[in-house]
Design a binder for this molecule. Structure first.
Ligand SMILES: [Zn+2]
Length: 249
C-alpha cells in the first residue's frame, strides 16, 4: 500500500479510497526557538518525519493511511520570549484539532493519529483535551503517543531520557538526517553541552527555557548529533506511532 498525501489527491480519488479503514496521520509541530543552530520549524520537520515513518510501517502492513498537511502553529510558551517563536492559545489548538476530527469523521475516516514531538506541557494539555472532546462528541478517536510517558521515552536515547531534550543531540540528529541544509553546522559543532534537564525544571515549576537553564533555547548536546543517529531515531519514532495506532484499532 502506498502512503497517500491527502492534500495532493483529488476529491474523486479520496471518494474512491477504502475510507472505512483509512487512518489519517497529522504531524503536529511548532514554530519555536530551537537553539542558535536549528530552524524555528524543527518540531514540524521532526513530527513530519515521525508521521511518514509510522505511516509507511502501517501501509506496509496493508493499512490505508493518509498523511495530512502538518499543523505548524501551537502553544509554545517556553520559547515565547525568543525571537520568531509564535505561540497560540491551548483553546485554539484544541478547537482546531476537534474540528479537523469532526470533518474527518464526516468523511468516513476511522482514526486520527497525531505525530507529535513538541513536549511543552500546555501543548500536551491541548492535545489531551482534544482527545477527550472527540470522545465526548463521538467523533473518530484521536490518539497520540505521549513521549513524556513510559514506555515511549525510554526508546529514544539517553539524552531524551535525561530530559535535556530540546534542540540537543536528539532533535539535532533528526534534523541533520531529514533536512541537513537547514542546520547551522558551524554553530552546532561549536556549542557546549547543556545538561540542564528541561523535564526536571518543568516539574520544579519553571515555565520558560531561560529560567529552566537554557538561555539560548537549547538543552542537551547538539555537537554530538549525527545523521546515523537521526535515521535510527526517526525509525524508532515511526515504530512508536505504529504501535500506538495498532493499540487503538
Ligand atoms: Zn523541538
Amino acid at each position: 500500500m502506498p502512503v497517500y498525501e491527502l492534500a495532493q489527491l483529488t476529491w474523486e480519488e479520496v471518494r474512491d479510497l477504502d475510507r472505512e479503514h483509512a487512518i489519517a496521520v497529522l504531524p503536529v509541530g511548532a514554530i519555536e526557538a530551537h537553539g542558535p543552530h536549528l530552524p524555528l520549524d524543527t518540531d514540524v520537520v521532526i513530527a513530519t518525519a515521525m508521521a511518514r515513518a509510522g505511516a509507511q510501517k502501517l501501509a506496509d502492513r496493508g493499512r490505508v493511511v493518509l498523511m495530512l498537511p502538518a499543523l505548524a502553529y501551537t502553544v509554545a510558551s517556553f520559547g515565547a520570549a525568543f525571537h520568531g517563536t509564535l505561540s497560540i492559545s491551548t483553546i485554539t489548538v484544541t478547537a482546531l484539532l476537534v474540528d479537523v476530527a469532526r470533518s474527518l469523521t464526516d468523511q468516513g475516516f476511522t482514526l486520527l493519529a497525531l505525530a507529535n514531538v513538541h513536549l511543552d506541557p500546555e501543548h500536551l494539555t491541548a492535545l489531551n483535551e482534544a482527545v477527550k472532546l472527540a470522545r465526548a462528541d463521538r467523533l473518530l478517536p484521536i490518539i497520540f503517543p505521549d513521549l513524556t510517558r513510559k514506555p515511549w521515552g525510554t526508546r529514544l536515547g539517553d539524552e531524551f531520557r535525561s530530559g535535556a531534550c530540546h534542540a540537543g543531540q536528539f532533535e539535532s540528529s533528526i534534523v541533520i538526517a531529514e533536512r541537513p541544509e537547514s542546520v547551522r553546522e558551524m554553530i552546532r559543532a561549536s556549542l557546549a553541552a547543556n545538561p540542564s534537564s528541561l523535564s526536571r525544571a518543568i516539574k520544579a515549576g519553571k515555565r520558560t527555557f531561560d529560567t529552566a537553564g537554557g538561555p539560548r533555547a537549547y538543552f542537551g548536546d547538539p555537537a554530538a548529533a549525527t545523521a546515523e543517529e537521526g535515521a535510527r531515531l526517526i525509525d524508532a519514532l515511526g515504530s512508536i506511532l505504529e504501535e500506538a495506532v495498532n493499540a487503538a484499532l
